[in-house]
Design a protein around this ligand. Structure first.
Ligand code: SF4
Length: 312
């Protein structure tokens, strides 16, 4: 975090809360008065947990973990959300600005390599205010913005110089799938300019001694039946962002939360589906980032795939 967070930046961000246009849903409710919009977030921060996290990507985890703070609520409503208790059911507790700042400093004291905000989108003004408090008290590790990709460019522009590592999802490459499975009508229209703005700010991922310092790291969760539009997502990344973009292609989809009500996604992906997606990625020359080996998937995720793997 190189930039000093000024009162003007905080004031500009708080203006976005009333009427709320922090994210592209632009609900227009008065968050400063405690009104709640689509994401169900009010005026005071809500946090589900904070801890050293060893399950993130290796350059974030290093030896001492990623200093993760899980914020309650989300501006997306994915029927397959694996964190649905936090994002959809509101698990968490109110936290003051000072308490949030203290969490960041505590995680830095534990030698975490970064502070990793999970689902920060509805809370950007309050988070930046807390960051300023922590910054004044010596916070100096990289700041990670770990989000679903449905972001307002206006809000992102106010984060320029504050966020070191953007880690957005790219969930779908068409609006219809997003409408059906994440209750949002214009995901594909929004995620593209949002990712361009993130890349403009921080560029490709930069590491020092294996630890991420700055840049863009995109997550893409492969969904059954090609619903995630993986190839089109990769084409956008290569052609509109950078062929050197770090991409984590994730195979761990399972029908969590309400996904069992949707026959098209009520199953895990097959190894051949994941391999096909990797072939598309390789054909485009996107070779930075992370893949799960088939061996890892078979051993850790779906042992019953062993026979299927032998056929592919
Ligand atoms: S942050 Fe929440 S209340 Fe504000 S526009 Fe987005 S969904 Fe609506």
């Amino acid at each position: 975090m190189s930039k000093k967070i000024t009162k003007e930046i905080i004031d500009d961000l708080y203006t976005l809360l009333s009427p709320c246009r922090v994210c592209p849903r632009k609900c227009g409710v008065d968050r400063l008065k405690g009104e709640k919009g689509n994401c169900n977030s009010g005026s005071e921060l809500e946090i589900a947990s904070f801890h050293q996290h060893f399950g993130e990507e290796p350059p974030l985890v290093g030896k001492h973990g990623s200093g993760t703070i899980f914020f309650t609520h989300c501006n997306l409503h994915c029927v397959f959300c694996q964190n649905y208790q936090i994002s959809q059911l509101g698990m968490g507790h109110s936290a003051s600005i000072e308490e949030c700042a203290h969490m960041m400093l505590r995680l830095q004291d534990l030698e975490c390599h970064n502070i990793n905000f999970v689902t920060p989108t509805p809370w950007v003004p309050q988070i930046v205010k807390a960051l300023a408090v922590a910054q004044d008290q010596g916070l100096n590790v990289p700041i990670v913005y770990n989000c679903g990709g449905y972001e307002s460019v206006e809000t992102l522009q106010l984060l320029d110089g504050i966020i070191d590592i953007y880690m957005p999802d790219i969930k779908y490459a068409d609006n219809d799938s997003a409408r059906e499975f994440s209750d949002i009508a214009d995901y594909w229209d929004i995620v593209q300019p949002a990712l361009k703005e993130m890349h403009r700010q921080v560029g490709d991922l930069v590491m020092e001694n294996g630890i991420a310092q700055k840049g863009l790291l995109i997550r893409h969760l492969v969904l059954p039946d090609g619903i995630a539009g993986s190839k089109a997502c990769f084409e956008f990344i290569k052609n509109k962002l950078s062929p050197h973009t770090a991409v984590n292609v994730m195979a761990q989809y399972y029908p969590a939360y309400n996904a069992h009500k949707y026959p098209k996604i009520n199953r895990r992906i097959a190894p051949r589906e994941y391999q096909q997606v990797l072939r598309e990625l390789e054909a485009l020359g996107l070779d930075e980032g992370f893949r799960q080996t088939m061996d890892t998937i078979v051993r850790r995720i779906v042992p019953e795939w062993t026979d299927d793997l032998k056929e592919t």
